[in-house]
Design a protein around this ligand. Structure first.
Ligand SMILES: [Zn+2]
Length: 283
């Protein structure tokens, strides 16, 4: 039997950042250290683009301005191969750690870099580590000012590092004039559980992740969206020493199985960009 959801497209998204730029390692590696580390994000993103081409998948790449400057070839390839180029900010500072002026600078620089290299308009933004909550809703004013149309920056779950468990679970229009598309969740025992990707996808057997997505599509009249990072398919990345144990476990769990699981995911569902999956109309 075919489920009603099988023919709908879902959004595939990649947060384009390197392994040493993740919030989990910020206590041991600062942005001042980054230029001295040999980047792996370029080769990993090329590998992802190869996999997407092989399986006929279109995706949205939420990309750091920092990465775009150093690896312009991946930006050009993202655009040339029909994917959507979007912003993940400049250098992965969380929106909750910046003043409004600093954040405006950060996002506007990243947008300019991406648009210059890609030769295309950038309308989507994802805050690093889903860092929009009730303390900084003015981020949406900044996005509107900078001519963005949508954001996918909120995760309506309770989590130790981020999350807005009481916020909407599905795409909605913000009063500031921006469309917010939250990371998908399922309801369990009166709580939201995250099913958007990341560590859970690497932790669980693929069959369980697939079942959870199937359940979501069968019960919700909404597309599903998935996110992952280029470093997640890179099992031979150098190990970062000195980071907290919990961060290391979350970062390194099952990296070697990720590519195989990802390929199954690409084959089992229909994937497209955020823009086209959610019918974002460019004005
Ligand atoms: Zn990120």
């Amino acid at each position: 039997m075919e489920l009603a959801g099988d023919s709908r497209s879902n959004a595939m998204t990649v947060d384009v950042e390197d392994y040493f730029q993740v919030s989990a390692f910020e206590s041991v590696i600062t942005p001042q250290d980054w230029d001295a580390i040999s980047p792996r994000v370029g080769q990993n993103t090329h590998r992802i683009l190869d996999l997407f081409a092989e399986h006929g998948v279109k995706s949205t790449f939420f990309t750091l301005g920092w990465v775009a400057k150093r690896c312009p070839d991946i930006i050009k390839r993202i655009v040339e191969e029909g994917h959507e180029l979007a912003s993940h900010g400049l250098d992965h500072r969380r929106a909750t750690t910046m003043s409004k002026n600093d954040l405006r600078d950060d996002i506007s620089q990243s947008k300019d870099i991406l648009e210059d290299i890609g030769g295309t308009r950038v309308i989507g933004y994802r805050a690093p580590s889903f860092s929009i909550n009730s303390s900084n809703e003015w981020v949406y004013d900044v996005l509107k000012e900078l001519d963005f149309i949508y954001s996918s920056s909120t995760y309506p779950i309770a989590h130790d590092l981020y999350g807005v468990p009481d916020w909407p679970r599905f795409k909605y229009a913000r009063p500031e004039g921006i469309i917010e598309i939250p990371i998908p969740t399922i309801r369990k025992k009166d709580r939201n559980q995250g099913i958007g990707g990341g560590g859970y996808f690497r932790l669980y057997p693929y069959s369980l992740s697939k079942k959870r997505i199937d359940n979501y599509l069968a019960s919700e009249n909404e597309p599903y969206s998935f996110y992952f990072h280029p470093w997640e398919i890179d099992a031979s990345q150098p190990k970062v020493k000195g980071a907290p144990l919990k961060s290391r476990i979350r970062h390194y769990i099952n990296l070697s199985r990720m590519e195989g699981k990802l390929v199954r995911l690409l084959k089992d569902f229909k994937w497209d960009t955020m823009r086209d999956t959610y019918g974002i109309i460019q004005s």
